[in-house]
Design a protein around this ligand. Structure first.
Ligand SMILES: Cc1ncc(COP(=O)(O)O)c(C=O)c1O
Length: 383
C-alpha cells in the first residue's frame, strides 16, 4: 500500500519549517481557516454536559436528524434514519462503503484523476481498481465514458465532484446521465461529496441526492464536515444510502472504529443547524484567491491550467515546462521543493503524470510568493 502523496508533501513541508526554512506550502488539502466559533462552543457545551460516551452506532439521533433535514431542505431528498450513519470523517464513509460491498476481483471504476485513497481502499478490499481516462474532456467525466468502461465484472463506480485534485465539476445534467447508465447497468455508485459546498458561479451546488429515487437506489453519498466547516481534525463525516448497504457499513464500522467521536457529533449538529455565514465567508475568500491564481498560472510560459469550478485546487499541466533533466511532473515538483522550498503535489499519485496540484487553501500572500517561485522553476526549465 502506497503512502498518501498528499500526506508525504505535508511531512516534507513540516520538516523544512522545523529547520527554519521559509517554505511556501501549496500542498495542503485542508482549509487554512479555523473551525467557526459556534461549532467549537457546541463541542465545549457537549463535553460539559457529559456527552463523552459511546453513542448509537449510526450516530446520535440529533446528528442523524440534522443530516436528513439538510438533504430534505437543500436537495429535496427524503432519507430515513436507517439510511444515515455518522462516520469518522468522509474517508471512513467511503472506506465502509467499499469494504462492505467489494469482493475479490470485483471491478471498481475510478475516473482519473482520482483522490489518492480511492484505489488504495479498493486494493484493501481485494477488488480491482479500473481507471477511466477523462483528459480528452478536460478531466470531466461523461456518461459515454462510464458506459464504455463497464464490463460484466463492474460492481461500483466512485464519483467525486467537485474533484480533488482537478477541481472540476460534473455538470448536473451529465451527472444525471451518468446515474442513468449506472441504474441501467445495475451497478453501485459512491458519490464523494466532500467538496459539496465549494463551487464557484456559474457552477452551482449539486448533490446526487437530488436525483429521483430510482436513480439513487444503489448510490451511497459520502459526506464530510472537514472542508465545509474547516473541521479536518474533528474526524466527522456521514454516509447516506439504502438500509441494506447502511447495515453492512455499520458492521464494518462496528468492528473497527465503533462510532464517530461523540463530541464531534455534537459539533456537527451545530455546523448543520447553526449559522452558515462562516461557509459563505470561506467560499468568498477561496473565490478571490482562485481568480488571482488562475490568471497568474496561465501567464507562466509552458504551463496550462483549466478553470476549476470547485474545491480549492488548481491542477495545471506542466508538460510544456519539462525538459532534458526535468522530464516528469515528479521531477518538477522536486525541483520546486529543493530549489525554491515550495510544496506542491505531483499529479502521478492522482493518476495524472504531467500535472501538479496547487492548493489555494493558503493566504493570498503566500500564494503570490509561491507562484513567483513556480515561475522561476518553469523559466529555468524552458531556458
Ligand atoms: C476527495 C476527498 N474525499 C474525501 C476526503 C476525506 O475527508 P475527511 O475524511 O477529512 O472527511 C478528502 C480529504 O482530503 C478528499 O479530498
Amino acid at each position: 500500500m502506497k503512502v498518501s502523496s498528499t500526506l508525504a508533501a505535508m511531512q516534507s513541508a513540516e520538516a523544512m519549517r522545523a529547520a527554519g526554512i521559509d517554505v511556501v506550502d501549496l500542498g495542503a488539502g485542508e482549509p487554512d481557516f479555523d473551525t467557526p466559533q459556534n461549532i467549537k462552543d457546541a463541542a465545549i457545551t457537549a463535553m460539559l454536559a457529559g456527552k463523552t460516551k459511546y453513542t448509537a452506532a449510526a450516530g446520535t439521533r440529533e446528528l442523524q436528524k440534522a443530516i436528513i433535514e439538510m438533504y430534505r431542505r437543500d436537495f429535496g431528498a427524503i432519507y430515513e434514519r436507517n439510511e444515515v450513519m455518522a462516520t469518522s470523517g468522509g474517508k471512513q464513509a467511503i472506506f465502509n462503503a467499499i469494504v462492505s460491498l467489494i469482493n475479490p476481483d470485483d471491478e471498481v471504476l475510478i475516473p482519473k484523476p482520482f483522490w489518492v485513497s480511492f484505489p488504495e481502499m479498493v486494493a484493501f478490499a481485494r477488488g480491482k481498481a479500473v481507471p477511466i481516462e477523462t483528459e480528452e474532456n478536460g478531466f470531466v467525466l461523461t456518461a459515454g465514458m462510464v458506459r464504455r468502461a463497464i464490463t460484466p465484472k463492474t460492481k461500483l463506480i466512485i464519483l467525486n465532484s467537485p474533484s480533488n485534485p482537478s477541481g472540476r465539476v460534473i455538470p448536473p445534467a451529465e451527472f444525471k446521465e451518468i446515474m442513468e447508465v449506472i441504474a441501467e447497468k445495475d451497478i453501485y455508485a459512491v458519490s464523494d461529496e466532500c467538496y459539496l459546498r465549494f463551487v464557484y458561479p456559474p457552477a452551482t451546488v449539486f448533490s446526487a441526492a437530488s436525483l429521483r429515487p430510482e436513480l439513487r437506489k444503489r448510490l451511497c453519498i459520502a459526506g464530510s464536515f472537514s472542508k465545509t466547516y474547516a473541521m479536518t481534525g474533528w474526524r466527522i463525516g456521514y454516509a447516506l444510502t439504502n438500509p441494506d448497504w447502511t447495515r453492512a457499513m455499520l458492521k464494518v464500522q462496528g468492528h473497527s472504529t465503533s462510532i464517530a467521536t461523540s463530541i464531534s457529533q455534537a459539533a456537527a449538529v451545530e455546523a448543520l443547524n447553526g449559522s452558515q455565514e462562516s461557509v459563505a465567508t470561506m467560499l468568498a475568500e477561496y473565490s478571490r484567491r482562485r481568480e488571482w491564481l488562475l490568471n497568474a498560472l496561465n501567464e507562466i510560459p509552458g504551463l496550462k491550467c483549466a478553470r476549476p469550478e470547485g474545491a480549492f485546487y488548481a491542477f495545471p499541466d506542466v508538460r510544456g515546462c519539462l525538459n532534458g533533466t526535468v522530464k516528469t511532473s515528479e521531477r518538477f515538483a522536486n525541483e520546486l521543493l529543493e530549489k525554491e522550498q515550495t510544496v506542491v503535489t505531483d499529479g502521478v499519485g492522482f493518476g495524472a503524470e504531467g500535472f501538479i496540484r496547487i492548493s489555494y487553501a493558503t493566504s493570498l500572500d503566500r500564494l503570490q510568493e509561491g507562484v513567483q517561485r513556480i515561475k522561476r522553476v518553469a523559466e529555468r526549465c524552458s531556458a
